[in-house]
Design a binder for this molecule. Structure first.
Ligand code: SAH
Ligand code: MG
Length: 217
């Protein structure tokens, strides 16, 4: 937890059910140790989606479809989500979950590596007014230029897990060796988000740390 555990528990205790299907999907995901967004991050994502009223959303990291379905709850009727996942075991589960929620029609699941799909989407000239980045943390920095190409001015990029359970403030040497590369890449990513001319970025310490960046030019 990044902020005081009692505050986090309290914030989570305020959260309301998003319906039986999402409750079940959440429970199944947690039972299977699928790293879905936390309750307070889900509320944040829904709130941003409701406020922005996007017409096209891109998600990098579908897992079993939980966060995509959270956005579906509040996005405009005509909005579509394109979501990318490369882990084969999760693809049929995500598909099934979209079906269970009656959202197969509004969600397109792209199977395979985000690297490949981001290039394809750019080639096709696709544009997204909301992007949710929630996949391999070590890749965020590499994907950023491609993601920016897919965002028109005014579009918003939300990135999850940017504070690494608080590890981000530790010195590189206090972080477990296997996490060091990700640790420095995430610091570079945050630096980049704050120093890229086209972006205005806020770092928010909820869940596992979230950033919101809007493309201002
Ligand atoms: N957004 C989901 C959780 C995503 S977990 C939710 O909150 O419900 C991160 C997912 O990103 C994992 O399922 C992982 O397989 C996927 N992933 C990691 N690297 C990827 C890559 N290079 N291309 C596509 N998917 C990737
Ligand atoms: Mg996440």
């Amino acid at each position: 937890m990044i902020v005081n555990d009692r505050i986090t528990d309290y914030i989570q205790s305020l959260e309301t059910s998003q319906g039986p299907v999402l409750d079940e999907i959440e429970k199944e995901a947690l039972d299977q140790f699928v790293p879905i967004i936390r309750k307070e991050t889900a509320a944040f994502l829904r709130t941003m989606t409701a406020a922005l009223k996007p017409s096209a959303i891109l998600e990098i990291g579908t897992a079993v479809g939980y966060s995509a379905l959270q956005m579906c709850r509040v996005m405009p009727e005509h909005c579509c989500i394109t979501t990318i996942e490369k882990y084969e075991k999760r693809l049929p589960i995500a598909r099934e979950n979209f079906h269970r929620a009656g959202e197969s029609g509004r969600i397109t699941l792209l199977e395979g590596d985000a690297d490949v799909h981001l290039k394809e989407l750019a080639k096709k000239g696709c544009q997204f007014d909301l992007v949710f980045m929630d996949a391999a943390k070590g890749q965020y920095l590499n994907w950023l230029p491609m993601v920016l190409d897919l965002m028109p001015k005014g579009a918003v990029l939300i990135s999850d897990n940017v504070l690494q359970d608080g590890d981000i403030i530790q010195s590189r040497f206090a972080v477990e060796r296997r996490n060091r590369t990700i640790h420095s890449r995430m610091r570079e990513y945050l630096y980049e988000l704050k120093h890229t001319e086209e972006l205005e970025t806020s770092v928010i310490p909820i869940g596992d740390g979230v950033t919101v960046s809007t493309k201002v030019r």
